[in-house]
Design a protein around this ligand. Sequence first.
Ligand code: ADP
Ligand code: ADP
Length: 226
Amino acid sequence: MLTVQHLTKRYPNHTAVDEVSFSVREGETLVLLGTSGCGKTTTLKMINRLIEPTAGRVDLNGTDIRRQNVHDLRRTIGYVIQETGLFPHYTIAQNIAVVPQLLGWADQRIRQRTAELLAMLHLPEASLHQYPDQLSGGQRQRVGLARALAADPPVVLMDEPLGALDPVTRASIRREFRHLDALRQKTIVMVTHDVQEAFELGDRVCLMDKGRIQQIGTPKELLLRP
Ligand code: ADP
Ligand code: ADP
């Protein structure tokens, strides 16, 4: 489904991502795990064409993403930005509608989809007309997810999706994540620095350090390895 080959990003004095290769099967969740600055976000942004790689390539369904137009890419890949990245001056409804509007969906279809997402993610209907700062951290996180899932993309990239939450909310949303129908069929690449989160949510975990992959495997494989 998604294949990353020798992906590299060099800055003048620094290599942020160094020859990273992995593939993610349809419906699989791959977690990139590592400390701050190890190149997780840069990797994610190169998959989404938000950052141009210095070398290497990304294939989606067998096609180099550079050959796909950006509209198709936005429809195929949902992106959950760090700290949710919601537009503060947009209501929740407007935030969720961003990609569908970009794709030219009719208003009626957007409303219907928004209602569906609210129900799926257990968000109150009243939140639609509120602004992000009027919601709790956990609710904002769910809106960030709703926005990424709005156009029902088969691939979802998540950058520290639980990062901004307090530990209690974090644990509760983490449990919720695993049981969300909205995420069940998706091909997911998720970034975190939280070991427990990685091992709980990842089908496979990719350990990164200084821009390189150190190990990759299922939680079981990684834990049994000497
Ligand atoms: P992570 O997501 O794992 O915290 P990042 O991918 O954000 O790591 O960053 C990887 C490394 O690349 C860091 O050392 C960061 O400072 C560096 N970096 C990121 N963006 C730039 C940039 N625009 N210019 C120079 N260095 C950058
Ligand atoms: P991250 O999103 O991984 O936490 P930061 O929040 O540290 O990265 O960085 C925010 C922005 O600054 C990003 O656009 C990133 O590319 C850029 N950036 C990060 N590190 C550097 C760096 N050392 N030099 C220049 N730009 C950087």
